[in-house]
Design a protein around this ligand. Sequence first.
Ligand SMILES: Cc1ncc(COP(=O)(O)O)c(C=O)c1O
Length: 244
Amino acid sequence: MELLGAKVVAATTGRKTLKDAVDAALDDFVRNCDNTFYLLGSAVGPHPYPVMVREFQSIIGKEARQQILEKEGRLPDYLVACVGGGSNAIGLFHPFYDDTQVNIIGVDPAGLGIDTPDHAASITTGKVGIIHGFKCYAIQDEDGNDLPVHSIAAGLDYPGVGPEHCFYKDSKRAEYVTITDEEALEAFKILSKTEGIIPALESSHALSYTMKLAKTLPKDKIIIANLSGRGDKDAKQIKEMLKG
Ligand SMILES: Cc1ncc(COP(=O)(O)O)c(C=O)c1O
């Protein structure tokens, strides 16, 4: 981002996680609205941000749809993407919305396990609440305060989820499943070793579920898994973890 000319400022409040960075971005937007143009990098926040971000990210689904039709001559049977705030996932899913034969699966981060407090599986375990100016499934206490969340992937460490995913869940257009830190790390290692592609830890959640799913399907089924980002940014963290 700095190479592209951005000034990057670290979040200094709260637990200094993604949620705190979004708090800071919204705070800046409210205070400096005459010089703040764009504030959130996921499909979250008040309207119209979730729609704007979905539209930008939809290039993923548009190109995936076109390329699979060219290569395979038919639509995929499954789409799989990790869900933090939900931008990479909704970008893939949206252009396939009307293709009801395509099964849509979002992967929520289960951290150390959804039976522990250390996860960020908001769409699968959260209750309806308000966070950052929008209504969604959120991990909050009874008074609507956000609870601390955890994921091995910093980009999935968010106590809410984009409103359009909540609609996909409620209308049953998509299914949402969970993958733990450990499973994601294993998928990270497998893709790195077998393909020489280092996936982001976020994307490793989608890959892990894709591998599980593939084992249950006949060989002629087609799954599109969204590799939402590269793992270069995670290499140092993973090296430390593998040492320990
Ligand atoms: C590579 C990568 N994938 C996925 C995500 C999760 O965000 P979203 O759910 O908005 O796609 C992030 C967030 O930082 C990310 O860096």
